[in-house]
Design a protein around this ligand. Structure first.
Ligand code: GCU
Length: 608
């Protein structure tokens, strides 16, 4: 085991029946000397309050509130920051979700930590003790909803709603005492596997099929949270086939699950993935807004639109999706990706909390009503492959509970819990390293807001033209003079999808923050940045800096006393990261040097 639970093993006989029982069990296991009286007040739900001091505490909360309060005490005790006085705590969002992209064959789409913990050989198959650890990992940081199967629903995942229901019910029972409710990704065309001739959401037979299916599913798993749907996206079926819109599709499913208190989480990751690169009129980031904004106010109450943080797809840096600032009459969830698909694949370090902070600086917390993240775990012994990638899972839990957490405090807490033997100096070194890792990765991979220079399909390592002449709508359009896309009114006009005061920040290249410059503007390599450097020089400098910082990171990691179970893996991955950083630095600099013909002012090695 790893992550942050190492120090809190659960007794093998533990078999709690409810979250409040779990709370008592975890407290007596983890802090037997701490006196805590538990006071169950059902109406408090997820909320808890704590009063007292280290000689004794009173913890009040609902069923799950007691569990979250217990973990608050356990983690504070372990991190040596138990306090006196009183604490009141309530989560910002009722649904704090993890989305697993696990397939029935046991593979994980964009998974970098081994195979699925839920599936094997086409069906549910798991080790109950590992499921219990997952449930504890989630509960310890307040996460409460888990979608176990890939949003790309491929046969036989459909059987989860059919003959695999009894197995699903057994799995749900393992999570229940930890306050975790399951969710399922569903295939919009599933009625057609059962003799219904269509999946048209306005067809009565289709509606009846889903209503009856929901009844069967909720009979087996009465607390199922709902369904997650990827429709009309990257080959998944959806309402467009029948000339219907996404409100028609989502509302039909919402109607079916409403009697059971279920929700429909409907993803907004929809765009033309068969674009001709010669087509300069289409600009992919505009797609979600164009599709969904006109439907504001048309969705049923139990529909939540799930929106990726950026308008493209989990790149290293993207501006906030305009949908997250718009659609005031629609419930929305923010979707983040813990799996490091474009951000180093759990080989390179990329601590996400600073990036999330930026999202919430741009988006008031109340614009969304739920939060989700694509999981970064798998069946590797330590769950997240890279031992240090667990920091993203941990801090995501804290963020979902309270989006205004300070990234430094959150990261520092994870280190305190995971590496309690570190001195204060070592602790600070690792905190600084993790907090700066995103910017370092960005420096060597993504020049000033340009994404997608990755190797196609695998998405690890550089290939600056890999997606340039492809059909995914992801172009940088670098030529011998200029690079970037003009997304202002004079260009694709994507910028007009934002509220005016937000758009203002990015509208002129003179004022646009450097790190978004080439996302919003097309500029010559000789463009003068505010600090006097040319654009191309800034890009060269960033790449050389990113490589140098990665070297320094390696030295820091070598100097830290990681425990034996983590150290070899951390250093092995660091070596791979260093090779990757060098490759990125050389490939991107060479690519742009060959195009522009402009040498590095400092005469550093760029290949010609
Ligand atoms: C990305 C990712 C896919 C995934 C998709 C999604 O495009 O590469 O593997 O299916 O996002 O979020 O649906």
């Amino acid at each position: 085991m790893n992550a942050w639970l190492n120090r809190f093993p659960l007794s093998a006989s533990a078999d709690p029946a409810s979250p409040s029982e779990t709370a008592a069990l975890e407290l007596s296991g983890a802090c037997p000397d701490l006196k805590v009286s538990l006071n169950l007040q059902k109406e408090m739900g997820d909320r808890f309050s704590i009063s007292g001091d280290p000689s004794g505490y009173h913890l009040s909360g609902g069923e799950t509130g007691l569990l979250y309060g217990a973990w608050h005490l356990i983690l504070s005790h372990a991190a040596n920051d138990l306090c006196s006085g009183s604490v009141e705590s309530a989560p910002r969002y009722a649904l704090r979700m993890i989305n697993c992209w696990d397939n029935p064959d046991g593979s994980i789409e964009r998974g970098y930590s081994g195979r699925s913990l839920f599936f094997r050989d086409g069906k549910l198959s798991y080790d109950p003790s590992r499921i219990q650890t997952l449930a504890r990992l989630m509960a310890s940081v307040g996460l409460n909803t888990l979608c176990i199967n890939n949003v790309n629903v491929r046969f036989p995942a459909q059987k989860l709603l059919e003959e695999d229901l009894p197995d699903l019910a057994r799995l749900a029972a393992l999570f229940r005492p930890y306050g975790v409710r399951l969710m399922l990704s569903v295939d919009f065309s599933q009625p057609m596997r059962h003799g219904v001739p269509t999946a048209d959401p306005l067809d009565a037979q289709v509606q009846a099929w889903w209503a009856e299916t929901a009844r069967r599913v909720w009979t087996a798993v009465p607390d199922l949270a709902g369904f997650l749907v990827k429709a009309d996206s990257e080959g998944q079926p959806g309402p467009f086939t029948y000339g219907r819109n996404h409100a028609d599709g989502a509302n039909m499913l919402a109607q079916a699950v409403r009697p059971f208190g279920g929700v429909i989480v409907w993803r907004c990751f929809v765009y033309n993935c068969r674009q001709d690169w010669r087509d300069t009129a289409t600009d992919r980031p505009k797609a979600p807004w164009n599709l969904y904004a006109p439907l504001d106010g048309c969705f049923a109450e139990n529909v939540i639109l799930q929106v990726k943080n950026g308008p493209f797809d989990f790149q290293v840096r993207e501006p906030l999706s305009p949908l997250l600032l718009g659609m005031p009459k629609t419930q929305k969830a923010l979707e983040l990706q813990l799996a490091q698909e474009y951000t180093g694949q759990q080989i390179d370090l990329f601590t996400m909390a600073p990036m999330w902070k930026e999202i919430f600086e741009d988006m008031p917390e109340d614009r969304i009503s739920a939060i989700a993240a694509v999981s970064n775990w798998g069946d590797d012994e330590n769950y997240t492959g890279h031992p240090l990638a667990a920091v993203n899972l941990f801090t995501y839990g804290l963020l979902a509970w309270n989006p205004s957490i300070d990234p430094r405090q959150a990261v520092s807490r994870w280190i305190a819990l995971t590496y309690p033997g570190f001195t204060a100096g070592e602790h600070t070194l690792l905190t600084d390293l993790l907090l700066s890792s995103r910017r370092t990765y960005e420096k060597y991979t993504a020049p000033l807001g340009i994404g997608w220079m990755v190797t196609p399909h695998t998405h690890y390592g550089p290939n600056p033209s890999g997606y340039e002449y492809d059909l995914w709508g992801t172009y940088h359009k670098a030529n011998h003079e200029a690079i970037g896309i003009d997304r202002t009114a004079g260009g694709t006009d994507y910028l007009s999808q934002y509220p005016a005061d937000f758009a203002q920040k990015y509208a002129s290249p003179e004022q646009c923050p450097d790190l978004y410059l080439l996302f919003f503007h097309r500029l010559p390599y000789t463009w003068r940045m505010r600090d006097g450097r040319t654009l191309i020089q800034r890009i060269y400098d960033d790449h050389f800096e990113g490589l140098a910082e990665t070297r320094a990171m390696r030295d820091t990691l070598l100097s830290l006393p990681f425990p034996e179970e983590d150290r070899p893996e951390i250093l092995r991955r660091m070596d791979r990261q260093l090779a990757n950083a060098r490759e990125w630095c050389d490939v991107i600099n060479t690519f742009l040097y060959r195009l522009s013909g402009i040498p590095d002012e400092h005469g550093r090695k760029i290949y010609d």
